[in-house]
Every structure is written in C-alpha cells, then in structure tokens.
Design a protein around this ligand. Structure first.
Ligand SMILES: Cc1cc2nc3c(=O)[nH]c(=O)nc-3n(C[C@H](O)[C@H](O)[C@H](O)COP(=O)(O)O)c2cc1C
Length: 455
C-alpha cells in the first residue's frame, strides 16, 4: 500500500450573511433570507459536507445609505442565538457561531445565553466577539459614540474576561452524578464573580454547569492592530478579511508573531477568512458564471449606490454604463454606515485611485465597481483547479479554513459539498469525518484558554 505524508488540512465554515451586498436575492432560484427553511437547508448541507461551523453575523441597526434604509440588499435578519438554538435541534455535529458585540451586550446575560446554547447543543457553540465601532449603532441605544475605538477593545477584553469567569464559576462535578445524592448541586463549588468593568460593575454567579466542550469557542472579527492583539490574547479563531493568497500569508505570519508574543503556541489561533466560490465543470464555464454572478450582485442601481458611499452625495444623474463622476466627493472620509470595504478611508484618495483605474482600462461605473467591489469575485474556477488552489493554501499554512459565503440561498453550498469537497478529500487536504462531537474537537483546539492550567 502506498503511504502518503499527511498534508495540512483546511476546513470550511459557512457564513450565512443575511445583511450583505453579495447575496443574489432577485433570481427565481433565490429563497427567503429570513425563513427557517433556508437556514435549515444551508446548515444541513454544510453538515453533510463536514463543515466545522455555521456562522451568523450581528447587526444592531438597519443599514443605511445617505440617511435612508439601504433597501437594495437584504436588510434584516433574525437574532443569531435564537436562530442557532433552532438549528441545534436539527443538526448533530456542526458548530454554531453567534456574532455578539461587547459594546452593547451585558456580559452576565451574554454569558448565560451563550452557555445555554453550548449546553443544549452538546458543546457546539461559539461566540464571535466584535466591538461594533460606530456611533450610528450607539444611537440605537441612545448612547451615541459611547466608546471610542481603543476603549472598545479595552472594554471588550474586560467583557470577555468576565464572561469566561462566569462560565468557569461552576467547578467540575458540582452537579451530583447520581440520584442517590441528597442535593442536586454542591453550592461550595459555585463561585461569585465580581468585576469592575469601568463603565459598570457586575456581581453574579453562573447559572449552569459546563458543556461537553468546557465552554463556548471564541471567534474574533476586527482587523486593526488592537483587534489583532486582542484576538491573539483572547480568541481561539479569527474570522479574517484576508482571503487572497499573498495577503492571507502575510496576515497568517502577523498573527503567528502576535500569538507568540502573547505567550501562546503560534498555531493556537486558527484563521478563517471569509470567501466566495464560483465553481463549474471547467475554468471557462466558471469564468462565465462569475461574470453572471458579478452582474447580478452589482446591478446598475447598486453600482451607483456603491460610489455614493464614497462620494457622500447622490449620483443618481450619472449613467452606470458611463464614466466615473467628474465631481469630487463631498466628504473627507467615508462613514461607518457605508459598508466595511472602505470604512473610514479617505474619500478623495479613493475617488482619485478609481478614476485613474477606470481611465487606464476604459471602465464604466458598473465595471469599476465590479472590479473593486467587495470580495472581488472570490475564488473562480473548475472544480479540480479550485481543489488544487485550496491545496496550495493548505500546504502553505496560509489559512486553517474558509468561512464560505454562498451568493445564492439556500442552494449555494450544493456544488461545494457535492463536487469540491470530494476532490479536496482525494487530495488529503480536507477532513473525511468529524473528529469528535464538539466544535472544539472539529477545530482541533486545546481546552478553553482559562482552563488549561487546571487541565
Ligand atoms: C470579517 C469581519 C466580520 C465582522 N462582522 C461583524 C458583525 O457581524 N457585526 C458587527 O457588529 N461587526 C462586525 N465586524 C466589525 C467589528 O465589530 C469591528 O467593529 C470593526 O471591524 C472595527 O474594528 P477594527 O478596527 O479592529 O477592525 C466584523 C469585522 C470583520 C473584520
């Protein structure tokens, strides 16, 4: 029998985006963005494909565009924890990741809800920690620009530490192992958590014993220096915005360096960038399909809206198939309601850069937006080309996996699971079974950070 040296593997998670600008919701094949049936189908398809996790974002306020609700894309979504609790009942292995911010959530309440999900799902829950950094969201809570950027991460670190303390407040073995015991729980093993978080203080006990994975896995999404340092000190997994190969390599090197500096083994933090795939039998067909996808993701109306985000003013009089606006942006920097792709970038610089690109290559507004738009097409190719490409990511250690965003719901994972996954398995770069029952098992994580000394 031929023996092979095992290769690095990559894994998949699925990012059911909900609010976003890349899901095509206008086609006959497009399903509901809010009905349980769509979530069920995606989650069960992902589980069939041995995906590590089903992932949901969080939006605390409806997206806006020039002061109005942004109605060209999907704008609302169900609460992540409620939705994941429903999915826990109809799935068996896949991890369930809820994005929840640290700025507006109460840590004791958050700890209890996440721990409940973890317990009820048999140890499959994760918390994607975000700080949600804008005053516009804060206005929803009548808090305006409640915390500035650096303060958000100081506060986030305290919130995460408090949540973990609540999760750890029950010792192992607190609940009686058999019915012959005279009390259900041993109160001496339940400890009070007292923390001063600066803006408020908490005093509470956890209300639940541990789950099968100790406590929920921690993801982090936030790309600044502070965000990366925070992730490498506190998180198990980073949901990154760096999917392209060279960029992914640079990002991975940076994260390994920061992880070592935080006193942890360099591969302790797993990296899962968001990624879109456009697949077909051949490369040529995939390219054609990618053009179709881009055209449907970036309609004439969304192309104009995309530029308005940067210009900060109405560009409705411009022809989407014509040249870029000849007027300058009316804002200095792009705002925080304008989508993460160019949040807080200098408007004038972007406009100059885009004008130069469109003039050099003769691109219309729509063509330019397709070129520079979010995700820039992702990975496009025939199934075996893409399988080879992903094997390169695995071999180079550029990522531990991808958080896949399907551009069509709910059928968007079918070709990935039925056609791509088997090719990756043939190449030895994708799991052929779930490694265990919990999310921590699937991701090959060691125990919860706070419990390692005890272990
Ligand atoms: C890949 C990625 C996904 C994110 N998803 C969310 C989300 O679902 N909800 C949210 O409120 N913020 C989300 N954020 C934004 C973070 O909350 C954070 O506010 C923002 O990235 C600014 O922090 P930074 O300067 O460290 O990047 C996400 C950020 C990244 C990079």
């Amino acid at each position: 029998m031929r023996t092979r040296t095992p290769r690095n593997q990559i894994q998949f998670g699925v990012f059911f985006q909900g609010v976003n600008s890349t899901t095509i919701w206008t086609e006959p094949e497009s399903g509901s963005q809010t009905a349980f049936e769509s979530f069920r189908r995606i989650a069960q398809t992902a589980e069939r494909g041995l995906f590590a996790a089903f992932f949901l974002g969080e939006g605390l306020r409806l997206r806006e565009h020039l002061g109005q609700v942004h109605d060209l894309d999907v704008v609302g979504r169900p609460d992540a924890q409620t939705q994941l609790a429903a999915l826990a009942a109809i799935t068996e292995r896949i991890g369930l990741v809820a994005t929840q911010n640290t700025t507006y959530n109460d840590p004791v309440d958050l700890a209890h809800r996440l721990q409940s999900l973890d317990l009820l799902s048999g140890g499959r829950a994760a918390w994607n920690v975000v700080t949600t950094d804008n005053a516009w969201t804060g206005a929803n809570f009548r808090r305006g620009g409640y915390l500035d950027h650096a303060d958000r991460y100081t506060h986030a670190e305290r919130v995460v530490e408090t949540v973990r303390a609540v999760w750890d407040s029950w010792d192992d073995g607190v609940v009686a192992a058999d019915r012959g015991a005279t009390s259900w729980a041993d109160p001496s093993g339940i400890h009070v958590v007292e923390r001063d978080l600066g803006h408020y203080a908490v005093r509470a006990e956890g209300r639940l014993p541990r789950s099968a994975q100790g406590h929920p896995v921690l993801f982090q999404a936030g790309d600044s220096d502070e965000g990366r340092d925070f992730a490498t000190r506190a998180a198990d997994v980073i949901f990154s915005a760096h999917p392209e190969f060279e960029d992914a390599l640079t990002f991975a090197a940076d994260i390994r360096r920061r992880t070592r500096a935080a006193g942890r083994p360099e591969d302790d933090v797993k990296i899962f960038p968001g990624q879109q795939f456009v697949l077909a039998d051949t490369d040529t067909e995939a390219e054609e399909k990618a053009r179709w996808v881009a055209e449907h993701q970036i309609t004439p109306a969304t192309a104009i809206a995309y530029l308005e985000n940067v210009w900060g003013t109405s560009l409705q009089s411009y022809d989407p198939d014509g040249p870029l606006p000849d007027i300058d942006p009316v804002v200095e920097v792009t705002g925080s309601t304008r989508g993460s792709a160019f949040q807080f970038q200098k408007s004038q610089e972007l406009a100059t850069q885009w004008r130069a690109l469109s003039e050099a290559e003769g691109l219309s507004i729509r063509q330019l937006v397709t070129r520079v738009g979010v995700r820039r097409g992702g990975i496009v190719g025939g199934y075996s080309t893409v399988a080879d490409r992903l094997a390169e990511y695995a071999d180079a250690g550029a990522v531990h996996g991808f958080n896949v965003s399907p551009w069509l719901v709910p059928s968007g994972l079918d070709d990935i699971v039925d056609r791509l996954v088997p090719l990756l398995q043939d190449r030895g770069v994708y799991p052929t079974e779930y490694r265990g029952d919990t999310l921590r098992d699937h991701l090959g994580l060691r125990g919860p950070l706070t419990r390692r000394a005890a272990a």
